[in-house]
Structure formats: C-alpha cells, structure tokens
Design a binder for this molecule. Structure first.
Ligand SMILES: Cc1ncc(COP(=O)(O)O)c(C=O)c1O
Length: 395
C-alpha cells in the first residue's frame, strides 16, 4: 500500500488530482499509462514462488489497475479497493462475498432494479432470503434484523426514487446485530458522500457514471473499510476470476482527475434546472435532495457534502402518450440509460412497478433527468419546449 499519510487533511479537490500517482510506476510521467500484460516473467524459482497479486499474473490487475484501486481507497479512507468490470458486477461480487446459504439479507426497496433481480434469482437459488425494507425506516430497521441477517444493503438516494436514508442510524443497527453494511454509493461518489466514514463496510461504485465521466467505458469498484474484510472479499473476487482491462482502468484514473470540478458543475446546473422545473405548472414535484424543500433535503444537508446531477421529476400528466410527446424531439437532452457522463439525459421511468414493502411517499417519478455540463439556460429552453409539446398533447 502507498503511504497515504502525506495526503491527510487535504481537500477532496486536491486529493483527486494526486491520489494513486506514483512517479516510479509511471516512469516519471504525470499519469500512469495503460500497462497491458498477462504473463509476468521471473528470474528465479524463489522469485516466482514469492510473487503475488499483479506482480504474479495479469488477472490480478496491472499497475494501472492498482493505481486506480489505491486512489479510490485513499479517497474514501478505506483499507483497500478492487475493480470490477461494471457497477453491477461490483454489487454482485460484494453481495456474494458477504453471504452463505441459509442467510437472510435486508435490501432497501429503492435499489437499482438489477440489484433486486440478482437477489431474487441468484441469491434466492443459493438459499439466501431477501427482505426489502422501507428506505425511510431509519433506526426502525432493528425490528427487521433476524439472527441470520448477514447483510444490510442500501443505495442512497435510490437512483429511481431518490429517498435519502438515515445511513448512520441504519448502519448502527446493522452493526449491533453483527451484519455487514453494504452501500451502492454511485450517486454520491466518494466526494459527495464518504460512505466509509459514515460506517459503511463496503462502498460500492459504478465508476461508469461520474468517475469515468465521459460515457465511454464500463467499470465498477468495491472500496473496503477494514483490512481483514478486504482480504476476504478480494479472495472471493480473485476466485471468481474477476478482472478489468488496463485501458478501462486508465479511463477511470483519467476521469478521476476532474471529478471534483465536474461534480460541482453538475450540481450547480442541476440545481438551476430543478429550481426552474419546480415552478412549472405541469410539474408536481422535483425529487432532487440538494434542492431546498425537496424530499430528503434535510438528511442530505446533514450527511452529504455535495450532490450529483441525477434526479426525478413527477409530472401532473404521466400518461405514456404525454411523456412521449415531451421527450420525442428534445434538442440537448439525449435519451439513454446510464448517467454521470458530461452530457444531459432524460428517460421515462416507472419505479413504482417493482416496489415491494413501502409506498412511494412523494409520488412516482415519471422522468429521470441527468443534468450534464451544458449551459443550464440551454437545458431549460429544451425542457420548456418539451413541456409545451406535452401541453399540446393534452389539449
Ligand atoms: C445506482 C446504480 N448502481 C449501479 C449501476 C450499474 O452500473 P453499471 O452500468 O456500471 O453496471 C447503475 C447503472 O445504471 C446505477 O444506476
């Protein structure tokens, strides 16, 4: 491990420009290049027997991969981190490494739908039972914990429904019951929400979103707070043959360097767009925790240090035809899955369809908007035209 002590006390914006850099590894270059390779050669049998990790075989990652892993661990203050080929594989590996047949897990009812699919199929087949809990349960989660609950899993704010959860309260209850606490921290990133400092054991990221930041690679990571837990999860990750190509790790590192300034701009733009949307007669509610007065704002203010650019919008007329009338013909907003890139996106959503244990207290978002780095006035003009199309459809 790198000596992280030299960075202690630095601001996040400074950290992202420096973490994971090692002049020796990059041969003096500012940025470590993508090291490609599978086979590592040894001079002696003794050397071969003593080799481990990326110094033994490329499947354990190249120096480029290790640089990104170290950077992510340092940013969140974790013992260590591991890369995975996508955000979803980070979720599945973190869960699989933390359960055994006969276990019970608690999963927030607001999680990314493929997480739910994984629990309902693979984990179920393995004999692991899942209970979905109300994301606003807070300390009340203690009543749902069973003697065999090995994991409490959360995503906050939920990327479809945007409830902000009381992470310290849920975490304290999970730990008191001996359960591991896992969090999909993709919305907050290490910069807006330091999950590990809030007690999370495994902080899970789809780096595909803000860290890569340019919609040109898929990548995930698991950052682990405790060294022993890291060893166990990393052993599982290795046993499953999970590996990531150096070019993708390189894109993750490149994206990381500008993460702080991009996020700040995403938040500023998203606030301007969300504020404007809230005042429109066709809009019932904007689900953006960073917006004063929006659902979850108080908890967000208590626990988060910033916000990303993803939020939900509840329209007054959410019929399929009305939503399509609005979204067909957008000028700057693209329509596509994922988020976190430099560009603005909007898609129709119906997150209530898979909710199991709890009502959508704020109503059901019908649009999911990712506000990119364009000028907010252009984005607002685009949305104004879209709402006019929606109005014309209704008339
Ligand atoms: C909250 C959240 N977590 C995880 C993922 C999965 O990430 P990936 O697309 O990198 O597999 C997504 C993807 O949209 C997501 O929104």
């Amino acid at each position: 491990m790198t000596d992280h002590s030299s960075h202690t006390g630095a601001q996040a914006q400074t950290l992202v420009t420096h973490v994971g850099r090692d002049a020796k590894l990059s041969q003096g270059l500012v940025s470590i290049p993508p090291y490609r390779g599978s086979t590592v050669l040894f001079d002696t049998v003794e050397q071969m027997k003593g080799a481990s990790g990326h110094r033994a075989y490329g499947r354990w990652g190249t120096p480029t991969n290790r640089a990104l892993e170290r950077a992510l661990a340092e940013l969140e203050g974790g013992a260590n981190a591991m890369l995975t080929p996508s955000g979803l594989s980070a979720i599945t590996i973190a869960l699989l490494a933390s359960v055994k047949p006969g276990d019970h897990i608690l999963v927030s009812d607001s999680v990314y739908p493929p997480t739910r699919t994984f629990c309902d199929t693979v984990l179920k087949q393995m004999g692991v039972a899942t209970t979905y809990y109300d994301p606003l349960v807070g300390a009340g989660i203690k009543d749902l914990l069973q003697p065999n609950t090995s994991v409490v899993y959360t995503e906050s704010p939920g990327s479809g429904t945007f409830e902000v959860q009381d992470i310290p309260a849920i975490c304290a209850a999970a730990h008191a019951a001996g359960a591991r606490f896992l969090m999909d921290n993709t919305w907050g990133t290490a910069l807006c929400f330091n999950a590990l400092r809030h007690g999370v054991d495994l902080s899970i990221h789809s780096l595909t979103k803000y860290v890569v930041g340019h919609s040109d690679a898929l990548l995930g990571a698991i950052v682990v707070r405790d060294r022993e837990v890291y060893r166990q999860v990393r052993g599982f990750h290795g046993a499953m043959g999970i590996t990531v190509g150096p070019d993708d790790a390189f894109l993750g590192l490149r994206g990381l360097r500008t993460l702080a300034v991009r996020l700040r701009q995403h938040q500023e733009n998203a606030l301007a767009v969300a504020q404007w949307l809230r005042e429109q007669p066709l809009v019932r509610e904007v689900l953006y925790p960073a917006l004063p007065g929006a659902p979850g704002h108080e908890l967000w203010k208590r626990d988060f240090e910033g916000a990303s650019g993803l939020f939900g919008v509840i329209l007054k007329d959410a019929s399929d035809g009305a939503v399509a009338a609005m979204l067909d013909g957008m000028r700057w907003f693209g329509m596509g899955f994922s988020w976190g890139g430099f560009e603005s996106l909007v898609i129709p959503v119906k997150p209530g369809g898979y909710r199991m244990s709890s009502p959508l207290r704020h109503g059901e978002a019908c649009l999911r908007i990712h506000v990119g780095l364009e000028h907010p006035q252009d984005l607002i003009a685009d949305l104004r035209d879209g709402l006019q199309r929606l109005q014309a459809y209704r008339d």
